[in-house]
Design a protein around this ligand. Structure first.
Ligand code: BV8
Ligand code: ZN
Length: 251
């Protein structure tokens, strides 16, 4: 029943904003942030590693953590049915803006044309000291320590947003603009604990937008949502698409 209700709401919506979190990549085998870290990383707190303090304390450890995650994303992970379904909705509906907290490139590889990365991208790199962007050489992916900047000798880091760092302004502005002007916000796979990203569904709702949340676990977002669909996005999103197509919605 709620799948049909979601399909109808998405079919009627004029402007859709979508916020995704690590959960949308879970079925691609990419560990989420809140899932207990596995193996060697089990004893580290991602929030410590994903910070200037963590990088300063042990640049090699942080570098190796990102290289392992990068290789997981680029060598093993494939976009899942949830990524592909979001790309389909982007094609079916005239105004659809995808905002992600994820640093992987699975939305793009799943066919999404326009992806706003609020927390940066693990596939891009820059110098932590002077900011110069840096292309990664093959050998650097397996190096034990971060490469040194060719301009200033500073340590190179992935171009992701660490805890305590500001989000990129262009991405923030685009995301807030989408949340303020949409009449429906689709939230997929986020625990809603990381700010300011987690503010977006509330921004949309304050302006009268419908909020739909897809997540196997309840969260602060499922509590506030107009419609909460409990379940994995790789299963739920394709079901919504087929209901939209059956009902001729979204042409
Ligand atoms: C900032 C890049 C200004 C790095 C990331 C106290 C209170 C409130 C806020 C704060 C506070 N203290 C500090 C803060 C601010 C802090 C923050 O919010 N902390 C939280 C943890 C309390 N925020 C910041 O620091 C931000 N910057 O505020 O700047 C500033 C400046 C100076 C000083 C202070 C402030 C920067 C935040 C960005 C951090 N970087 N990523 C990297 O990846 O290494 S965030 C990281 O968490 C990832 O991007 C991830 O996407 C994101 C959010 O988590 P989720 O995506 O929701 O993932 P999570 O694992 O939590 O949940 C997964 C969900 O999926 C679950 O609900 C699960 O049920 C669901 N799921 C599982 N399987 C599926 C599924 N869903 C669907 N289908 C499935 N199959
Ligand atoms: Zn530099």
């Amino acid at each position: 029943m709620t799948i049909l209700a979601a399909a109808r709401l998405l079919g009627q919506a004029q402007k859709i904003a979508c916020l995704t979190g690590a959960g949308v990549s879970a079925e691609s085998g990419v560990a989420t942030f809140r899932d207990p870290q596995t193996g060697h990383w089990a004893r580290f707190d991602p929030q410590q590693l994903a910070s200037q303090a963590g990088f300063a304390a042990d640049p090699g450890l942080v570098w190796r953590w990102y290289m392992e995650r990068l290789l997981g994303v680029t060598q093993r992970a494939q976009p899942n049915a949830g990524h592909r379904a979001l790309a389909e909705i982007e094609q079916m509906r005239p105004h659809f803006t995808l905002v992600t907290q994820n640093v992987d490139n699975l939305h793009e590889r799943g066919g999404s044309q326009n992806v706003i990365h609020l927390h940066g991208e693990i596939t891009r790199f820059h110098c932590n000291r002077c900011g110069r962007t840096h292309d990664l050489k093959e050998a650097e992916q397996t190096a034990a320590e971060p490469p040194r900047c060719t301009s200033c000798g500073g340590p190179v880091r992935p171009s992701v947003v660490w805890f305590g760092e500001n989000l990129p302004l262009p991405a923030m502005n685009a995301a807030w603009q989408a949340a303020e002007s949409c009449d429906l916000m689709l939230v997929v796979g986020t625990s809603g604990v990381v700010y300011p990203a987690a503010q977006l569904p509330f921004v949309a709702q304050e302006r009268g937008a419908v909020v739909i949340d897809i997540n196997p676990e309840p969260s602060p977002i499922s509590e506030m949502a107009t419609l909460y669909l409990p379940g994995p996005s790789g299963v739920i999103l394709p079901q919504i698409i087929s209901q939209m197509q059956e009902a001729g919605l979204g042409e």
